[in-house]
Design a protein around this ligand. Structure first.
Ligand code: ADP
Ligand code: ASP
Ligand code: MG
Length: 461
């Protein structure tokens, strides 16, 4: 009997009808002779609503209590799903993250999984139960309830797939796979059939929220293939897995255009330009568990310079506390944070040996009159910080400029330029149907969104 690990996102369990649909899918998987462990997210916008509620009580709530609060969203959907399965005649049992043996570090609101002691889950599976696990949470080595950061149910699912020895982790969501750009912003984005861990990691880090970054890190580390698919249809989704020869042959230069508006640019002004200063600034941020993305140090004038970096906007209060002290210690002139920025990135393993990708990205932004504030690169990604108000327009224009519209394969021509290649005919026969909702939490109306989003046929030349 094989073990199947599935994860259902918030939109997939947003209301009673959807919970019953998910229950039917799970029961059907069990009836096919599988042991099923399903990880569930909080319904619809529950997590956002709980965050809002906490902020109404306090502008700076204790993080331990935030975790107590936020972890309830997943517990509710998990218990409701168990009831739904029971009503369909299945035998289900639900577990909190702690009961499922998800052991984390002690960093509240973004804990890391240290160990999975899935004995109870395994035992329940072995006694014929369908097991439901509340995603996004665990118990710390200090025995406190922790949460894993936004999107953390994906990580719960991948970690359980590894612990239970499942061959694949199925992530059911409100789109039918990973697209060349967010399909609710780029109407002509295209579903990707297969993508390597490395590329998916860069996409997730660059804001493609369809998979949480840590879930992809975990999957890559333990080589767990992820199948991202729609909970509203049976169509094949996107496979995220180790690069193999066939994938390398198909490798496009640009795989996707991604963006994030959840960042802030922080600048520490007038820091003394001498050895050890950057170390002090970034140690303070690290001590406050603030992840830093791009870093720029301006040219020094009269022995002083500015240091800027990008952080997640939600880390703003923690960064604020850390930088207040460090500015005083260094005798710097001050710091500020700008949340009206966005990060826009092009990702693709094929860009490794193609220096013109950067030039094309910058000139496309220049043609739009968009100023680039910061730039960072990896071998397979180029990211720019730009003004937030223009980011969606920039994503669409770059998607067109890199000829990703309606097709996923972008390759170099013999002349050294670039040309879009149509997909292989076999794949072209089944154009991707979009079920993408307009925004997170909104019901996915397959059909209406699909009509607006997807052209009737993919371009054939
Ligand atoms: P869930 O609640 O199921 O975890 P999420 O809202 O976290 O779902 O992730 C799915 C959403 O991610 C999609 O509705 C889509 O708007 C967004 N998204 C952003 N970038 C991409 C991308 N490149 N491919 C697919 N979806 C994307
Ligand atoms: N409910 C959490 C969130 O909204 C975790 C998740 O959905 O994966 O971020
Ligand atoms: Mg998610």
């Amino acid at each position: 009997m094989s073990i199947v690990v599935q994860k259902y996102g918030g939109t997939s369990v947003a209301d009673v009808v959807r919970i019953m649909n998910v229950a039917r899918r799970i029961v059907a998987t069990a009836e096919q002779g599988n042991q099923v462990c399903a990880v569930v997210s909080a319904r619809g916008d529950t997590t956002d609503e709980l965050l809002e509620l906490a902020r109404e009580i306090s502008p700076n709530p204790p993080e331990r209590e935030m975790d107590m609060l936020l972890s309830t969203g997943e517990r509710i959907s998990c218990a409701l799903l168990a009831m739904a399965i029971d009503r369909l005649g299945g035998q289900a049992v639900s577990f909190t993250g702690s009961q499922a043996g998800i052991i984390t570090d002690t960093v509240h609101t973004k804990a890391r999984i240290l160990d999975i002691r899935a004995f109870r889950v395994q035992e329940a599976l072995d006694t014929g139960h369908i097991v439901l696990v509340a995603g996004f949470q665990g118990v710390s080595t200090d025995k406190a309830v922790t949460t894993l950061g936004r999107g953390g149910s994906d990580t719960t699912a991948v970690a359980l797939a590894h612990a239970l020895g499942a061959e694949v982790c199925e992530i059911y969501t409100d789109v039918d796979g990973v697209y060349t750009a967010n399909p609710s912003v780029v109407a002509r984005a295209c579903k990707i059939d297969r993508i390597s861990y490395d590329e998916m990691l860069e996409m997730a880090a660059a804001g493609a929220q369809v998979l949480a970054l840590r879930s992809v890190e975990y999957a890559r580390k333990y080589d767990i293939p992820i199948h991202v698919r729609s909970s509203f249809s049976d169509s094949e989704g996107t496979w995220v897995r180790e690069d193999d020869e066939t994938m390398e042959l198909e490798q496009p230069i640009i795989r996707a255009v991604t963006y994030s508006t959840d960042d802030a640019k922080v600048t520490v002004r007038g820091v003394p330009d001498k050895p050890g200063v950057a170390a002090q600034v970034f140690s303070a941020l690290a001590d406050a568990h603030v992840n830093v993305d791009m870093i720029i140090q301006n040219v020094s004038e009269q022995g002083r310079s500015d240091i800027s970096c990008v952080i997640a906007a939600e880390d703003g209060p923690a960064a604020d506390r850390a930088l207040r002290d460090i500015v005083a210690q260094l005798g710097a002139s001050g710091y500020d944070a700008d949340e009206r920025v966005a990060k826009i990135s092009v990702v693709g393993a094929g860009m490794r040996a193609n220096p013109w990708v950067a030039a094309k990205m910058f000139s496309t932004l220049a043609d739009l009159g968009i100023n680039i504030d910061m730039i960072s690169t990896s071998p397979i990604k180029i990211s720019c910080v730009i003004e937030e108000a223009r980011v969606e327009e920039a994503v669409r224009t770059l998607h067109t400029a890199f000829e990703l519209d309606d097709q996923c394969v972008y390759a170099e021509t013999p002349e050294g330029g670039a040309a879009a290649k149509p997909r292989a005919p076999a794949k072209k026969a089944a154009p991707a149907k979009k079920t993408g909702a307009a925004k997170k939490g909104a019901p996915a109306k397959s059909g209406s969104a699909a009509k607006k989003a997807a052209p009737a046929e993919k371009r054939s030349s």
